[in-house]
Ligand binder design. Structure first.
Ligand SMILES: NC(=O)c1ccc[n+]([C@@H]2O[C@H](COP(=O)([O-])OP(=O)(O)OC[C@H]3O[C@@H](n4cnc5c(N)ncnc54)[C@H](OP(=O)(O)O)[C@@H]3O)[C@@H](O)[C@H]2O)c1
Length: 236
């Protein structure tokens, strides 16, 4: 039975993926800041009392993640996948670099990059013992430097580009231990972040992401994948 940590599991893509993974028979350690406020997540916990483990945790707090990893170790004794999904887009999108509040850039980096670093550091000792360890960092087409052709979403784009570099470097560091680390884009999804105009429902994105989690292995280590787990759509 595979055990998967999903951060930001209370809404959007994280919640939809949690539901699909549970349906597929996986055990999900669902990390979110306020599980008590997500009635959907609580309903899911009732439906899957064995499969869903809710842990209250903010990815910007290292001590909470260390505690979450200790609890996971105690309850499950192992971990196979880290799905680094929690993320923010703190800006309007049309700001000029001359005027944008630097606090927005710090905020995006804090959650989208350092949050992922903290999750990896806290759970790595467990994942390193898995037979098929995988780390998926949820990136975005907006994090692609080569595809950048405007100046929208400075804070978010810069942070996702940094997450991509983190992914590539971590992939090199952990390769010798058999860990597969990738950046993966969920597509443009109708969530609070993606907005109503987006192409995909959270469920459509989650169904493909769940298959990608199943399918990826060392041959894809260090790659920037689409939601199906394929190379080609996204360039660094
Ligand atoms: N939607 C898209 O079209 C799209 C496209 C490309 C990439 N992505 C990426 O996909 C991921 C999920 O996006 P989404 O569309 O599902 O966004 P969303 O609906 O805004 O959900 C974001 C999730 O991240 C959580 N989160 C934010 N900061 C956190 C923190 N400090 N600690 C713990 N959890 C935190 C939120 O929890 P709270 O409820 O507590 O705020 C929420 O569960 C993000 O990394 C995003 O950048 C999305």
């Amino acid at each position: 039975m595979e055990i998967i940590v999903v951060t930001g599991a209370n809404r959007g893509i994280g919640f939809a993926l949690t539901r699909v993974l549970l349906t597929n028979g996986k055990t999900v350690v669902a990390i979110c800041r306020r599980p008590e406020e997500s009635s959907e997540l609580k309903q899911l916990a009732v439906l899957h009392p064995e499969g869903l483990d809710l842990i209250k945790c903010d990815v910007s707090r290292e001590e909470e993640l260390v505690e979450a990893a200790a609890v996971t170790q105690k309850r499950h004794g192992k971990l196979d996948v880290i799905f680094n999904n929690a993320g923010i887009m703190p800006e309007g999108g049309d700001e000029s670099i001359l005027k944008i509040d630097l606090g927005l850039l710090r905020l995006a980096y804090e959650t989208n990059v350092l949050g992922a670093v903290r999750v990896i550091r806290a759970f790595y000792p467990m994942i390193a013992r898995s037979e098929r360890p995988r780390i998926l960092n949820v990136s975005s087409g907006l994090g692609s430097i080569s595809a950048k052709d405007d100046y929208s979403y400075y804070a978010y784009s810069i942070s996702k580009a940094a997450l991509n570099m983190l992914t590539r470097a971590v992939a090199h560091e952990f390769a010798a231990h058999g860990v597969t680390t990738v950046a993966i884009s969920p597509g443009w999804v109708r969530t609070d972040m993606g907005g109503e105009e987006a192409q995909l429902s959270p469920e459509e994105s989650a169904l493909s992401l769940a298959k990608a989690i199943d399918g990826i292995g060392p041959d894809l280590n260090g790659q920037f994948l689409d939601r199906h787990g394929r190379i080609g759509e996204y360039s660094w």
